[in-house]
Design a protein around this ligand. Structure first.
Ligand SMILES: Cc1cc2nc3c(=O)[nH]c(=O)nc-3n(C[C@H](O)[C@H](O)[C@H](O)COP(=O)(O)OP(=O)(O)OC[C@H]3O[C@@H](n4cnc5c(N)ncnc54)[C@H](O)[C@@H]3O)c2cc1C
Length: 390
């Protein structure tokens, strides 16, 4: 996956940036090609280095997870806990897990993706009391089916792109079929690929019915359909042949912007409240920005009271809602070139973690100014006083 440079200053604050560079490749170019894999237009993505001081980086999803996991104390993570419901009131919030256990806290953050159980439970409760906006009761809109995978390491002598240590994204678009497909070289001589089919409403209804029965047979049928598609590296079929079947996934691509992001002590972030199509390559950066802004709002709370919790969660939504909505409303309707320009405009917004030393602007483009947290500065002054006293 590609990670938008707008979160790299936060990676730097967290001491993750240098290690992230080791497992990722900067993306230099993005080409739009026709079905014969001939270039129709190209964008130089490495411009972002000059503009914001960081490049787009492409990384295998598992490598990013490994890096993030390596920085979180193990005792803070409880694997295998699936939230199924929760209760909240002025005193606190209690989450229930599928294994029958529960946990209590002051705030419940639903960072559980597009099919968020936290969102589903919250919306059920809000609906019962007539507080759910009508648009939030509608399901996510499925328009595409997408098969994704990544090959085993390939021979750089056969695929010289791997000698270059920079990523190149190639998107092939068919003029006379509902398919587009993509290749992106990852570190470790691995090629990521995907093939996406736009669904008409009838096919979608049929697939939706069969969704629960989706299995390897259906995957094989899709593989057959896309095998002859041309890429800059031979046919898509040749890349699929170099991909372990276990690392091929088929997903519906959906989008939906929800109005309700928070109620009482519960708050939603990332895909749980704004699911975008992956073509914009903004989903993970948006989710991380949500996390940064929410953490900043929680940090600024003066007390642990119910009113302070509600104010902090609403403060997060106030900061993130308009910008994300505008992005979701426009990005999906744009052509690839207009989308590239749209993405460039998102670069101004690069929130940092307010309670860590801020990283200076490293690029030439304006950055939305961020005031250092008064609480953080005060805490730092107290630490210095204490050190002097010692
Ligand atoms: C094919 C594809 C390609 C993409 N490519 C890119 C890209 O190149 N760049 C980019 O920026 N974005 C990309 N995206 C989008 C990006 O993956 C998402 O926007 C991003 O992962 C959202 O992060 P999140 O934390 O909100 O949700 P997720 O990443 O979905 O994480 C949700 C987490 O919650 C857990 N969970 C789910 N239910 C429960 C439950 N009931 N209880 C407890 N835990 C639960 C899940 O196991 C998961 O760990 C792509 C998406 C797809 C489908």
């Amino acid at each position: 996956m590609s990670i938008n440079p707008t979160v790299m200053a936060a990676f730097e604050q967290l001491g993750l940036y240098e290690d992230f560079l080791k497992v990722s490749n900067p993306i230099s170019n993005s080409h739009i090609r026709n079905a014969d894999a001939k270039i129709e237009s190209s964008f130089n993505i490495s411009d972002s280095k000059e503009l914001v001081g960081y490049e787009y980086l492409v990384v295998g999803r598992s490598k990013l997870y490994e890096l993030l996991l390596s920085r979180v104390p193990l005792e803070k993570i409880k694997p295998g806990k699936r939230v199924i419901s929760f209760v909240q009131n002025k005193e606190g919030v209690m989450a229930r897990f599928q294994d029958g256990t529960t946990t209590h806290g002051d705030i419940l953050v639903g960072a559980d993706g597009a099919y968020s159980a936290v969102r589903q439970h919250l919306f059920k409760e809000l609906s019962k009391i007539g507080k759910l906006p009508k648009s939030d009761s509608k399901p996510l809109s499925k328009g595409f089916i997408c098969m994704v995978g990544h090959t085993n390491p390939l021979d750089p002598e056969v695929y010289p792109i791997f000698k270059w240590n920079r990523g190149v994204c190639d998107t092939m678009i068919s003029n006379n079929s509902p398919w587009s497909w993509l290749t992106l070289n990852l570190p470790g001589n691995v090629m990521a690929w995907s093939a996406t089919k736009q669904l008409d409403s009838e096919t979608f209804a049929d697939m939706n019915l069969r969704n629960s029965e989706w299995g390897s047979e259906a995957n094989e049928a899709l593989i057959k359909e896309v095998s002859d598609f041309k890429t800059p590296y031979g046919t898509l079929g040749s890349l699929i042949d170099a991909t372990p079947r276990s690392s091929i996934a088929v997903v519906f691509l959906e989008d939906k912007f929800f109005e309700t992001w928070t109620h009482s002590r519960t708050v939603l972030i990332g895909d749980a409240c704004h699911k975008q199509l992956p073509s914009a390559g903004l989903g993970s950066a948006n989710a991380m920005q949500d996390a940064i802004v929410l953490a900043n709002c929680i940090y600024e709370m003066k007390a642990n009271s119910y009113d302070e919790v509600v104010a902090a969660l609403n403060g997060y939504r106030d900061q993130q809602y308009d910008r994300t909505k505008k992005q979701c409303d426009t990005m999906n309707c744009l052509s690839p070139s207009a989308r590239a320009q749209g993405i460039a405009k998102t670069m101004m917004y690069r929130p940092q973690i307010a309670f860590l030393p801020l990283i200076p602007n490293r690029g030439t483009a304006d950055v939305k100014p961020q005031k250092p947290s008064a609480k953080y500065l005060e805490e730092q002054a107290n630490v210095s006083d204490y050190e002097v006293a010692l």
